[in-house]
Design a protein around this ligand. Structure first.
Ligand code: NAG
Ligand code: NAG
Ligand code: NAG
Ligand code: NAG
Ligand code: NAG
Ligand code: NAG
Ligand code: NAG
Ligand code: NAG
Ligand code: NAG
Ligand code: NAG
Ligand code: NAG
Ligand code: NAG
Length: 654
């Protein structure tokens, strides 16, 4: 019979790259199954002792990054034999060593549950799949735990995935007619939005619920007694009903800035705002005697509440409500949607089929396959494809344009399942291969393609290796086959230009992206949407038209708000009218806009105004608030952006 070693005295942590023998002995498979092996409590205790010695304040021999990877190595050993112990160990480790805030430690590492968004189970799964001493560990310790420096991006080369580019393919023919496409994004419906609650909270990014509050006592000089609240709603027929006055029930004197019915600058969208935005679109079609050919919706239905307040049922209800409202107000046009980083549960997670954990997420793929096919937005032929590609699909519209839709959680740095086998496998989800195959097929037919996805390639939310892969794909297939790329996610109205060889001159512009303005006002934006006028033949965007609502006016006027024309890109960015009327708003057009933003303060301010939809919080370029604009609009990936901002000459100060 093996004798269990007494809980070992602290042993200094010597070998950084190995699990100490006292621990690995406890985890060994050799223990008889007769109950005489170590108890869970002993394993946890030994692990905590090991981690404690690793993180001793005076342990300066090992740097923070190595400590982080050593911790993952230890976690991997435990996860492979005793995965149930991971949450307890890592919550404690995270708090004891102040790796993240206590509440983030809880939601990141606690065991998965349907009552709150906690990703400890996924973290344990990730540990089993990852190699902590490879780029997996480097990236995880950088992005999720801020313990390592950003590693150099490993070489990515997809060129063997496609035939060489045929330059004689490059002529683009334009038609003489256009059709219209609606682009909406980021509803982030706040189901428990409460009029009268604190819209200036300090305990969360998103306010306006009964559990968000301001930690500071409101002085008497701030007098809110003039605020009124109504129980407003849109009825079955989509008519606005102001509803009865609930000021007496909902007024709370201690609130700094009370939430009113249509939303607030630090709150997500109450359903009233979701409906108001959709009704304004329906009304626009009616007023202009037109219908959009189709709509693209670039994701994010669930709100930004504290993760402890996000539960499984609420996620599904948010998703179903937004989809239902879209169908209600736009009954006659297909809506091509993608999921955002919020549209899963727990937050940000989805697992590749090959991981062995896909069953945790198939509920979401099935829900959307049912909704999209059920609402007649996609034909039944897409059903299996939606499930196979994590809600990604391709569809050819009635004008012959192909739309490729993907789930950007496949490259989101907060999805734990992206950190496995990164050295050998650039495409664990198969999404890149799916896109490339679709593009090769379309190119051969001279078919035009739009790509829709949630997270822009330029942001820090995207893994750099994946950004590089997308850049190679877009470079290869633009501008002849790929004629549009559409995102949401940032909540700002923005764009980026991709240049050949990273040579940022107008001549070298290859492709541009469209980052949509959003319905959610978080943070400090007016709600809005836009549509594109698209050339029937080249499928190039000829113009875009943005509409918005002055949210601050709804704080005092409780009638249905008006949605106003904001700007058209052709007029706004070609102030001198030199861009030919017959030329599309392609990468060359946007590269000229990049130059104007770089060189003219007034144009940078225009871009700033539009980013925020003329809200009271527009950054003022005269006050140095626009320094990063040039780098943002002239970069396609996070690496390019980082390189750009590292050069002070690129930071514009007018
Ligand atoms: C760290 O400090 C502890 C006492 O607090 C001591 O026992 C240990 O030897 C020190 N370790 C190193 C690496 O200096
Ligand atoms: C975080 O949790 C640790 C351990 O439970 C506790 O000692 C510490 O005071 C907490 N920190 C804050 C800021 O609440
Ligand atoms: C290149 O494209 C042209 C026309 O677009 C076609 O005639 C030619 O066969 C293509 N070349 C190759 C190698 O496919
Ligand atoms: C707040 O303003 C109202 C008028 O809007 C006034 O009647 C009330 O006395 C004020 N309350 C305080 C505490 O100043
Ligand atoms: C919001 O609250 C802070 C205190 O937390 C206060 O300084 C600020 O003036 C408030 N702003 C508004 C608009 O109520
Ligand atoms: C709307 O357009 C249709 C066809 O384009 C036309 O027949 C009809 O007269 C138009 N109605 C109005 C009110 O302009
Ligand atoms: C890593 O990816 C490579 C290439 O796809 C594959 O052959 C290998 O089996 C994977 N390894 C693991 C541990 O999943
Ligand atoms: C474009 O080039 C590719 C690769 O050479 C070829 O397969 C395709 O047929 C060409 N497309 C057209 C429309 O000529
Ligand atoms: C960048 O492109 C321009 C043409 O637009 C060319 O004159 C210049 O030599 C290129 N620079 C580099 C470094 O390739
Ligand atoms: C954009 O359109 C103009 C005018 O048709 C054309 O000269 C230019 O080459 C196009 N640019 C790109 C990147 O396709
Ligand atoms: C418009 O024309 C004026 C006067 O020629 C010039 O200074 C300015 O740079 C031009 N603006 C753009 C965006 O081309
Ligand atoms: C709303 O904000 C805009 C932009 O700051 C401002 O011009 C307008 O006066 C504000 N309206 C109200 C009612 O506060």
């Amino acid at each position: 019979m093996l004798l269990l070693p007494a809980i070992l005295a602290l042993i200094p942590f010597v070998a950084a790259s190995a699990v100490p023998s006292e621990l690995s002995e406890l985890l060994s498979d050799d223990w008889p199954l007769n109950g005489k092996g170590p108890t869970d409590k002993q394993i946890v205790q030994q692990t905590m002792n090991t981690l404690e010695s690793l993180y001793k304040k005076n342990n300066t021999v090992i740097d923070a990054c190595t400590k982080c990877k050593s911790t993952l190595e230890i976690g991997k050993a435990i996860s492979s034999t005793k995965p149930d112990l991971i949450p307890e160990i890592f919550v404690k480790w995270c708090k004891d060593n102040e790796i993240l805030s206590n509440s983030t430690c809880e939601t990141t590492f606690s065991r998965g549950a349907i009552t709150a968004s906690r990703s400890g189970t996924d973290f344990g799964n990730m540990l089993q799949l990852m190699d902590p001493w490879s780029i997996d560990g480097d990236y995880f310790c950088y992005f999720s735990l801020s313990q390592c420096p950003l590693p150099e991006t490993p070489k990515v080369d997809l060129s063997s995935w496609w035939p060489p580019k045929n330059e004689s393919n490059a002529t683009i023919e334009y038609g003489t007619e256009t059709f219209n496409v609606l682009h909406i994004s980021d509803f982030h419906i706040e189901l428990d939005y409460l009029p009268g609650s604190e819209a200036n909270c300090t305990n969360n990014w998103m306010c306006c619920t009964d559990h968000t509050y301001n930690k500071n006592i409101k002085p008497e000089s701030v007098n809110n007694s003039a605020f009124e609240f109504y129980e407003s709603y849109y009825n079955e027929d989509g008519e606005f009903v102001k509803g009865h006055d609930i000021t007496n029930e909902n007024f709370n004197e201690s609130v700094w800035f009370p939430a009113t019915e249509f939303g607030h600058y630090k709150c997500d969208s109450p359903e009233l705002l979701v409906n108001s935005s959709l009704k304004s679109i329906a009304q626009f079609q009616k007023d202009n005697n037109m219908t959009f050919d189709f709509a693209i919706f670039t994701g994010d239905m669930v709100d930004h509440d504290l993760l402890e307040w996000i539960d499984y049922d609420m996620v599904i209800k948010s998703q179903e409500t937004v989809m239902r409202d879209l169908k209600k107000y736009l009954p006659d046009i297909p809506v091509f949607s993608v999921l955002g980083n919020h549209d899963t549960f727990p937050y940000g997670q989805i697992a590749p089929h090959s991981s062995g954990h896909e069953n945790l997420y198939t509920w979401n793929d099935e829900l959307f396959a049912d909704l999209w096919v059920g609402y007649d937005w996609l034909p039944f032929e897409n059903y299996e494809q939606i499930k196979k590609h994590y809600t990604g699909y391709s569809i050819v519209t009635k004008s012959g344009l192909k739309i490729i839709a993907t789930n950007s959680n496949t490259y989101y740095q907060q999805n734990f399942y992206t950190y496995s086998n990164m050295t050998d496998e650039i495409d664990p989800f198969g999404t890149l291969k799916f896109i490339v195959d679709e593009l090769v097929e379309s190119e051969a037919k001279n078919q035009k393609v739009w790509i829709i996805t949630h997270i822009p390639f330029v942001g820090e939310d995207m893994l750099p290796t994946q950004a590089e892969a997308y850049k190679q794909i877009v470079t290869r297939f633009s501008p002849t086959t790929i004629t549009g790329i559409f995102f949401g996610h940032t909540h700002k109205d923005q764009f980026n230009v991709l240049y050949a060889h990273d040579n940022k001159t107008i001549d070298n512009a290859i492709m541009n992206t469209w980052i949509d303005l959003t319905v959610t006002p978080i943070e400090n934006y007016n709600p809005g949407w836009r549509y594109y006028e698209v050339d029937t033949k080249s499928k190039n965007v000829m113009n875009s038209y943005n509409y918005y609502m002055k949210l601050n006016e709804t704080f005092t006027n409780h009638d249905e708000p008006e949605w106003l024309f904001e700007y058209s890109a052709r007029e706004a960015y070609d102030v001198n009218g030199t861009w030919p009327k017959t030329s599309p708003l392609n990468a060359t057009f946007w590269a000229q806009a990049v130059e104007s933003i770089k060189n003219e303060k007034s144009m940078a301010q225009t871009y700033s105004d539009f980013s925020y939809r003329l809200s009271p919080y527009v950054p003022d370029c005269s006050k140095g608030k626009c320094s990063y604009y040039y780098c943002y609009v002239s970069s396609f990936t996070i690496n390019e952006y980082n390189e750009c901002v590292a050069n002070k000459e690129n930071l514009i100060n007018y």
